[in-house]
Design a protein around this ligand. Structure first.
Ligand code: MN
Length: 255
């Protein structure tokens, strides 16, 4: 098996090194990841300047590792189209420090790296751990080594990726296949004053989970100590409303 690994915490993050080591036991790994942290960059790409790559080495690893001065989506695109000679069997992004649950996936560089995989027809998975400090990757690694070969054997439908969130510091109760919860951030902007008396705003805030008690959500699954797996699709068309929208009697032509 061949893997393309990326992330948004940067090529030197512990999570991506742990992921690389786990996947090296399953096959050949190429790492293409940002040269610094690019969390919350969503699906941004770099078009107004060139991208530079630098080959680095991970300790005790045979993986080819490229540090790129671009976004996670840039990295996967570059990996697939320019750096890898044969396409990988799977793109895996992570292990992200911090969960990517519910609405977070729309902002997540980790998930966007996986999206870039399926956009290019390669099965993909995004993996995050539910903590921002002192991560214990033991169970994440066990899960990856078990689950990744299984997924490849059973084949994901085209245009579908798996978003995985792993609890931290406890043995997971099992896997729960879940839907995205609805997460909104409250007290989002801190309004402050700079030394010249001008106002500025700093994005902060706490996530508020609007349906965390709903047992079908990813937020609930992780809260209850399960590994959450959510299938996400590339096509975000709302098909039911599409039909309804066709019936709207709007005429834009002036007669
Ligand atoms: Mn991150």
């Amino acid at each position: 098996m061949r893997f393309l690994v990326s992330n948004d915490d940067g090529v030197y993050a512990d999570g991506i090194k742990v992921l690389t080591r786990a996947l090296e036991e399953l096959g050949q790994v190429t790492v293409v990841a940002p040269d610094r942290e690019r969390s919350a960059t969503g699906h941004g790409i770099t078009v107004y300047r060139p991208l530079r790559t630098r080959e680095i080495k991970y300790k005790n690893s045979t993986a080819k590792v490229y540090a790129v001065d671009g976004t996670p989506a840039d990295c996967v695109k570059l990996g697939l189209e320019a750096l890898m000679t044969t396409p990988p069997d799977m793109v895996i992004s992570g292990i992200n420090l911090g969960p990517n649950l519910g609405t977070d996936v729309l902002y997540s560089g980790t998930v966007s790296a996986a999206y870039e995989g399926i956009i290019n027809g390669v099965p993909a998975m995004a993996v995050s751990i539910n903590t921002w400090e002192n991560p214990d990757f033991t169970y994440a690694v066990n899960f990856i080594k078990e689950y990744v070969p299984y997924v490849l054997q059973h084949e994901l439908p085209e245009g579908v990726l798996l978003n995985v969130n792993i609890p931290n510091g406890i043995e997971p109760k099992g896997i729960k296949v879940s839907r995205l919860g609805y997460r909104r951030y409250i007290d989002v902007f801190d309004k402050r004053t700079d030394p010249r008396g001008r106002t500025y705003y700093w994005l902060a805030g706490e996530p508020k989970n609007l349906d965390e008690d709903d047992p079908t959500t990813d937020v609930n699954a992780v809260k209850k100590g399960y590994i959450s797996v959510t299938p996400l699709q590339m096509d975000v068309t709302h098909y039911n409303f599409l039909e309804e929208l066709k019936k709207w009697p709007v005429n834009t032509r002036r007669e």
